[in-house]
Design a protein around this ligand. Structure first.
Ligand code: NAD
Length: 439
């Protein structure tokens, strides 16, 4: 067991539970103090975290700050500014037969919660949920991903130094350590990762009737309507698809468009890739690397799923795969069978909006649905006639940077939601209170 205190999981949880029972994590002052301390960790050690992210994923410093460090700081600031208001008791209307009674709800912390994070945004996806759990007044066990070992290490070292070490613990490790953790009784488990492990987490949680949030992935489509400016569409697809070398849960997974638009879009995508990453993307500091050999081999196995428009080059030693666009991709091809989670963008041709909607609804509910269209009627139909965790028109990925929007999946893309006030709700119990005077 590798963890910051060399304790066994049962001991870690018992220690945190003892802290929780003292009531020390409940006052507003403790919560805001912890959030400020987490903020200081991120601002004082941003460079150390960025260096770890570079070591794990080849992330550039600017991308590390934008998508992980500053992102989490913004989420903390948003919460600090509003927490007091969010925690105010909410009155409920009382029915006539209860006369002069009053009713309201309060948000109760849950107790000791577990946050399990993946490797692709290993700092943000661990610390943003931790911030929500602390804001709600809980003790937290944080389990970083072993597949981003440098980030896991730096967070395991820093977190106990900045935060209340009797209320927040980091447990590092892989499957055996996570399995041992999952045997413990938690009051909530917040898991981000793939659906296979999501099922393992949910089964383990069922033993203790522990509620879960599962932030999973899936194939998020990007529909491109006819008569849209393909140059602008291509620029936005390229900047969001190839972020973190395509290893982003809300990245546009594939493009759906009609044959005529596909022909125009292909050229525009090739140009946008060139403009963004230069003639040789291997030299571009903007392009990250694939996390490990297993994912590298899986991804290179998908490269012959269609006609190559741009990219296709790779280098196993550096786990480099060029930003790649594939055209004439059949819905039955390997690249369309599962979430790509890498720098490969297939373009699938459909016969307009009706077929696009049917295509989306024939598959698992995605984490996000994107569309580029000038038509309000098309936007309305997509919102009304499809189901996905979230929807982004005109700009993929950005919806998750709006702290007032819930972030989460539906169906195969997950259950539950977080960010801003939704994190507070996730890590709290909304308790009903009724007060009927005796007189
Ligand atoms: P991963 O392999 O790092 O796994 C995530 C966590 O699960 C790790 O902490 C790991 O230790 C733990 N784990 C792995 N196997 C386990 C087992 N058998 N038992 C218990 N715990 C285990 O990350 P991943 O799953 O490869 O992450 C990629 C997936 O996550 C993609 O599908 C992606 O779409 C999804 N994702 C979703 C979001 C979101 O916010 N919805 C964000 C990022 C990634």
């Amino acid at each position: 067991m590798v963890n910051s205190t060399a304790e066994q999981p049962a001991e870690v949880v018992a220690r945190l539970r003892t802290t929780y029972r003292t009531g020390r994590t409940k006052p507003m002052s403790w919560r805001t103090g912890q959030l400020r301390a987490l903020r200081s960790l991120l601002t004082e050690h941003g460079q150390d975290i960025a260096a770890a992210l570079h070591a794990d994923l080849g992330k550039s410093e600017s991308e590390a700050f934008r998508t992980e460090i500053d992102f989490t700081v913004r989420e903390i600031d948003h919460t600090l500014e509003r927490l007091e208001g969010w925690l105010r008791p909410e009155p409920a209307e009382v029915p006539e037969h209860l006369g002069d009674a009053r009713a309201w709800t309060v948000l109760d912390p849950l107790g000791v919660v577990l946050v399990i994070a993946p490797w692709n945004y290993p700092a943000q996806l661990l610390l943003a949920p931790v911030a929500g759990a602390l804001a709600a007044g809980n003790c937290v066990v944080a389990k970083p991903s072993e597949l981003a070992p440098a980030t896991s290490r730096v967070i395991a070292e820093l977190l106990p130094k900045f935060l209340d070490a009797d209320a927040v613990a980091v447990v590092e490790g892989a499957v055996p350590e996570t399995t041992a953790l999952l045997e413990q009784r938690f009051d909530h488990i917040f898991y981000t990762g793939n659906g296979t492990v999501g099922r393992i987490v949910m089964r383990a949680a069922a033993e203790h009737l522990t509620p879960v949030t599962l932030e999973l992935g899936g194939k998020s489509p990007a529909f491109v309507d006819r008569n849209t400016d393909v140059r602008k569409v291509a620029a936005r697809l390229v900047s969001t698809k190839f972020l973190n070398a395509g290893q982003t849960c809300v990245a546009p997974d594939y493009v759906l468009t009609d044959r005529e638009t596909a022909a125009e879009l292909e050229g525009a995508l090739a140009e946008a890739v060139q403009e963004t990453f230069g003639a040789d993307p291997a030299e571009s500091p903007r392009l990250g690397r694939i996390v490990n050999d297993r994912h590298f081999d899986r991804l290179t196995g998908l490269l012959d799923s269609g006609r190559l428009v741009v990219g296709g080059a790779y280098d196993r030693e550096n786990r480099y795969i060029a930003p790649t666009v594939l055209a004439d991709v059949s819905p039955d091809s390997a690249v369309m069978a599962e979430e790509i989670f890498g720098p490969i963008l297939p373009v699938v041709v459909v016969d307009g909006l009706d077929e696009a909607i049917a295509f989306i609804n024939d598959r698992d509910k995605p984490l996000a649905l994107y569309a580029f269209t000038e038509s309000q009627a098309v936007r309305d139909r997509l919102v009304a006639e499809t189901s996905s965790g979230g929807v982004g028109f005109g700009l993929p990925v950005a919806h998750l940077t709006v702290s007032d929007l819930p972030f989460g999946g539906v169906g195969e893309s997950g259950m539950g939601r977080y960010h801003g006030q939704y994190s507070l709700e996730t890590f709290s119990h909304r308790k009903a209170v009724l007060d009927k005077p005796l007189g």
